[in-house]
Design a protein around this ligand. Structure first.
Ligand SMILES: [Zn+2]
Length: 93
């Protein structure tokens, strides 16, 4: 099966998971997705056509190339969400 995939999405979701452990940020689904969305808007999309299952070897190769940019974008996004969380029902976190 051939898939079209923005591999930047995969890398950003990985970085969000890692960095949310190190930096204090609300880890509810809404905040995590907000962080990912903000970071992805800051980063260029990188679409690849690949066979399903082979995506991960490709990601590993490209990861190193963009790692610094991704960490910077995700860190900025976490700060933004921390200042102004968009989740409902949780006030003052
Ligand atoms: Zn939240």
């Amino acid at each position: 099966m051939i898939v079209l995939k923005n591999f930047m999405e995969e890398l950003v979701f990985d970085a969000v998971k890692d960095l949310s452990k190190e930096l204090s940020v609300c880890t509810c689904e809404k905040c995590m997705l907000d962080v990912a969305a903000i970071a992805l808007n800051d980063l260029p999309p990188k679409y690849v056509v690949t066979e399903k299952g082979k995506l991960y070897s490709k990601i590993e190769t490209l990861k190193q190339q963009f790692e610094v940019d991704i960490i910077t974008a995700v860190t900025k996004a976490i700060e933004k969400v921390n200042k102004n969380p968009q989740h409902e029902g949780v006030k003052g976190v």
